[in-house]
Design a protein around this ligand. Sequence first.
Ligand code: HEC
Length: 192
Amino acid sequence: MKKLIFFLLASFSLCFAKNELFSDKVISLYQNKDDTKVIGRLLPTNAFRIVKTEGDKLLLEISGFVNPKAPSVLYFNDYQRIIVAAFSKNAKLHFIKQSKGKNGKWNRASIQMWADKADFAKSDKEMLARASSLYTENCGICHTAHKINEFTANAWPAVFRSMADRTGIDKADRWLVIEYLQKNAKDFKKGK
Ligand code: HEC
């Protein structure tokens, strides 16, 4: 019995060791807990961690890569324009640099920002499946749906946006579909 309890506890803590959460919606970000001015947005399907909860606000930690030439965006990997979070240009941002990108690649960094309390998913699996059906159901009506690996990660946002208004895809779901398309693009590589 003792062994079983130990085993259950161990597997429980392993499952939640990373504490990663995901949202299928865009999350508004605030610099300070009581700010009402939104200074950034965290885009769907990108992992984040809750550092602490205060009242109806959460302090989130978001990680990614920063291009020193465009330091108001956190990207998913170290060379493609797949946005994790974007901030207003004049915001004073305190990125915590974790490592310097080699050979002109972008730096790995993280940032902490406040957000409103909400329910988040522990996995991105279901939201990615939903994005996939949104894509095939809506983008295959007038012509056969283009293969996702037909375009590069940097090309997909413009291709998608040029067609999005011809579809029934809700505005609230558009970033979800864009992120899904970019992360399955022909030249997609995960950041190291
Ligand atoms: C209402 C019909 C319709 C829907 C829905 C539609 N398309 Fe198209 N698509 C077209 C037509 C018509 C063309 C031919 C070029 C044009 O009209 O711009 C086209 C062309 C394209 C092209 C060829 C490149 C180009 O710009 O010429 C791509 C790629 C494409 N569509 C992707 C998509 C994606 C992705 C979606 C879903 C977001 C989508 N389409 C939804 C009608 C549609």
